[in-house]
Design a protein around this ligand. Structure first.
Ligand code: COA
Length: 257
């Protein structure tokens, strides 16, 4: 049924594993289609009480949007990509059933954005987080400019996004980006322990907690601005240079054009 994700339902906990480890689980069109469809399954299937999103392999949760897929996009195509990504991530964020990210390695760009769309996050000691889009002459396009700011505050969000600096698990814990850090082996076990506790509570009230806490983040103007600015980047020479440099495995030479 799904081509890029694996699913497993056990004791009400539905584990969704993004399964493109040869590309560090980068988010391409197929992954978005699968995530979109899987959230419909989560909504419809009464046996699913809570959800874990994780990545396959020991190295990456998700290393970002698939750079190869969008490198030659026009502004209009880029804006559609950004809107599609935002819509799928809103579906996760607005799920009435708890969705938790178990971050098992790199969570970069779209990967960090996916983790942040989940209701909360745990990670393994080898996890690394960041929004390194500026290395590609780009900005985050799947809600990262908004959600990173909500989670860790404006100043640190500005610094991380402008510098493309990656942070390790302990720094992510210190900043409140993740709630717990575990060994790689204990990550799913710890996540399930928390979800088991949540599953013993009143599900309708849990759904209302999600709804009301999400309502504290006012307005969608920032998300719309993000789509527009993401699209603008695709009309620059720096974006073409940044994407080409990544794919050719060399350092980008930006000119400000
Ligand atoms: N999009 C497309 N392909 C990606 C990818 C992405 N975001 N991230 C990794 N890959 C691919 C690599 O191109 C490589 O493919 P290949 O084996 O066919 O050459 C494969 O995944 C393994 O990645 P590699 O870069 O060789 O691993 P590494 O251990 O040397 O480096 C990272 C790991 C995460 C530091 C590095 O892959 C990286 O910087 N990725 C991009 C991160 C990023 O900028 N994300 C934001 C995108 S908007």
């Amino acid at each position: 049924m799904y081509t890029t994700i694996l699913t497993n339902l056990e004791n009400g906990i539905f584990t969704v594993t993004i399964n493109r480890s040869e590309k560090l689980n980068a988010l391409n069109k197929d992954v978005f289609n699968d995530l979109d469809a899987v959230m419909d399954e989560v909504k419809k299937n009464d046996d699913i009480k809570t959800v874990i999103i994780t990545g396959s392999g020991p190295k990456a949760f998700v290393a970002g949007a698939d750079i190869a897929e969008f490198s030659s996009f026009s502004k209009a195509e880029a804006m559609r990509l950004s809107k599609r990504g935002q819509d799928v991530f809103f579906k996760i964020e607005n799920s009435k059933k708890p969705v938790v990210a178990a971050v098992n390695g790199f969570a970069l760009g779209g990967g960090c954005e996916l983790a942040m769309a989940c209701h909360f996050r745990l990670c393994s000691e080898n996890a690394k987080f960041g929004q390194p889009e500026v290395n590609l002459g780009l900005i985050p396009g799947y809600g990262g400019t908004q959600r990173l700011t909500q989670l860790i505050g404006k100043g640190k969000s500005m610094e991380l996004q402008m510098s493309a600096q990656l942070i390790d698990a302990n720094e992510a814990l210190r900043l409140g980006l993740v709630n717990y850090v575990t060994t790689a082996d204990a990550l799913l076990e710890k996540t399930k322990e928390i979800l088991n506790t949540i599953q013993s509570k009143a599900p309708l009230a849990v759904g209302k907690i999600i709804e009301t806490i999400n309502a504290a983040d006012t307005g969608n103007a920032g998300f719309e601005k993000e789509i527009e600015c993401f699209g603008d980047c695709f009309e620059t020479e720096d974006m073409k240079e940044g994407a080409a440099a990544f794919l050719e495995k060399r350092k980008a030479n930006f000119t400000g054009k």
